[in-house]
Design a protein around this ligand. Structure first.
Ligand code: ARG
Length: 559
């Protein structure tokens, strides 16, 4: 909003004098809300500084209604904005634009987002959950800002572990058991394979052969591979359904099986690979550890598949930017990819962005779904939902659609708990505290929105009947300033690939609303004040809901 006013002022001055000017925000607010240095205009008009400054001040005041007062100090025109105008502008825009408020018109730039990307036949890990939550939110943020997005679930559906899976399945597998609980059964098979392989070395060789057959396109083995892939995707699908996450492409690592030779050939032709102990590697000049491109037994690698995928995506989508939402532990991998792309002579290495993230901790230690008893993430989400249901039952026994509401609250708890922290940080994960209705939690934000919804139930709002004087009061103006901050935070979230800016913003907006609620009688006797209050909190509700949507959280009307 302040940005829009800045733009208006800039336009107005530039149109009149045909000179480029900047509109600054002075550090000391006593100097006014905004300031325009007039030196560039003095140069062109060739008149005394003070005369020019006074003229510019007059021009701005006459043309920009939000400017209430001007002061000429030295070579600057300092501007005091009208709180009334700001308030009116912002409330009107939000109420008329609704959820489209702060959206940018669509542009033609494509952004690819590679996220979630679980490994088939293994359990969906916490890292994959983080990637799913952060990636989904970034996708929504980019869309809001007008970009075209391509969301890609780059499944880990290829590699030697598949050979092991196939061998284990052929030896000990039971179709019925797999059907009932695919991941669990496959984990059992996988564990059994490793136990048996300790006793009988030849199993490893058998597994390599089995995967080799897949690579070479053996029909029967590919059929087994497809079966294992389909069955284990069912677990991920359950999680995506719950979270409402969708993808444009499920092209995983296997999709690039026949596209890797091309990459290896290209690397060879440009003399970038060397033979090391029969394996192909790329060495880097700046001391970065070398990247393995082809194993000594001819087997392909994660790195090679990622390179093939990247080149394919560049051709297919012509992206302006590609985001890899993958844990911090793969930092080196993506640095190597960027370096190789540069060495290959492509000009888009700066468009490749590793959006890394930290770990989940329990009591300060890395939380794991693997060690000890297997914790299934689907079960963790269901647990969050059942805790939310208990809270709901305690607070509002008469709620009609308890299950639906509990589901939304439970998911909001987990998602918000993740996104309220900058992605780079490790997160303490404690289900009980993130489902609480008080504190910096998802439910607290939902609850603030519900409070507004219940005040506004069946109420009409008249935009032409607003008491703008009220906005000279601190609490009213605080709310307006918070509302104006939405688009600033949206941009910041995009710039840093960090939805946490939106999450933190929503918390501040919710607490500002609750302060307003505590200080002012919203549903008061005076019709004009009441209507103004309603308009203001309606604007809050719209921004809260839209902000939640951008995090991947569904709002509720009652709880
Ligand atoms: N499946 C990988 C893993 O679980 C993540 C893939 C990330 N995306 C990529 N293009 N490498 O570690």
């Amino acid at each position: 909003m302040i940005n829009e006013i800045k733009e208006k002022i800039k336009q107005c001055v530039e149109n009149k004098y045909q000179v480029k000017v900047v509109v600054e925000e002075p550090k000391d607010l006593k100097m006014g809300d905004l300031a325009v240095p007039v030196f560039p205009i003095v140069k062109v008009l060739r008149k005394p500084l003070n005369e020019v400054a006074l003229e510019v001040a007059k021009t701005i005041k006459e043309n920009v209604s939000e400017v209430k007062d001007t002061k000429v100090i030295g070579g600057f025109v300092n501007l005091v904005l009208s709180k009334e105008e700001m308030a009116y502008d912002i409330i009107k825009s939000i109420l008329t634009e609704g959820s489209n408020y702060a959206s940018k018109p669509s542009n033609d730039e494509v952004v690819c987002l590679d996220y979630s990307s679980p490994n088939i036949a293994k359990s969906f890990s916490i890292g994959h959950l983080r990637s799913t939550i952060i990636g989904n939110s970034l996708k929504l943020i980019y869309q809001k800002l007008g970009y075209k997005t391509v969301s890609i679930n780059y499944l880990g559906d290829w590699g030697t572990q598949f050979g092991k899976m196939i061998v284990a399945y052929l030896k000990w597998g039971d179709k019925e058991k797999i059907k009932q609980d695919p991941i669990n059964e496959m984990t059992n098979l996988y564990v059994k394979f490793h136990e048996e392989a300790k006793k009988d070395e030849s199993l490893n060789e058998e597994a390599r052969q089995a995967f080799r057959k897949c690579e070479l396109g053996d029909k029967e083995y590919l059929e087994l591979w497809r079966y294992i892939r389909e069955e284990s995707l069912k677990e991920s699908a359950q999680i995506y359904d719950l979270l409402g996450v969708t993808f444009d492409s499920y092209n995983g690592e296997a999709f690039y099986n026949d596209k890797m030779d091309g990459v290896v050939e290209e690397l060879e032709a440009k003399h970038l690979v060397t033979l090391d102990d029969n394996a192909l590697i790329v060495r880097f000049a700046d001391g970065m550890p070398p990247a393995l491109i082809k194993r000594s037994d001819g087997g392909s690698l994660y790195m090679t598949r990622d390179l093939a995928a990247l080149l394919y995506r560049k051709k297919e989508y012509n992206f302006k930017e590609i985001l890899y939402v993958v844990g911090n532990e793969q930092k080196l991998h993506f640095e190597q990819i960027k370096a190789i792309i540069k060495m290959l002579g492509y000009d888009f290495s700066d468009e490749i962005k590793h959006v890394g993230f930290g770990l989940y901790l329990t009591n300060g230690k890395k939380m794991s779904t693997r060690s000890g008893g297997v914790v299934k993430l689907y079960d963790v989400l269901m647990k969050a939902i059942s805790l939310a249901k208990a809270e709901v039952l305690e607070k509002n026994k008469d709620l009609t659609n308890k299950d639906e509401v509990a589901k939304k609250i439970g998911l909001a708890s987990v998602i918000y708990n993740d996104l309220k922290n900058h992605r780079e940080l490790d997160i303490e994960f404690d289900l009980d505290s993130c489902v609480k209705f008080e504190g910096n939690t998802g439910p607290y934000i939902l609850y603030s929105g519900v409070r507004i919804a219940s005040i506004l139930k069946d109420k009409e709002i008249d935009l032409n009947n607003i008491d703008l004087d009220l906005f000279n009061k601190d609490i009213y103006y605080d709310v307006v300033r918070q509302l104006a901050n939405f688009s600033v935070m949206l941009n910041k979230a995009k710039e840093e690939y960090a939805p946490s800016y939106i999450a933190k913003y929503l918390y501040t907006l919710a607490t500002t609303f609750n302060r307003f609620y505590a200080l002012e009688k919203i549903n008061c006797e005076d019709e004009l004040i009441r209507n103004t209050n309603f308009a203001l909190i309606k604007a809050i509700r719209i921004v809260l809901n839209e902000g939640l949507r951008l995090l991947g959280i569904a709002y509720v009307d009652e709880m």
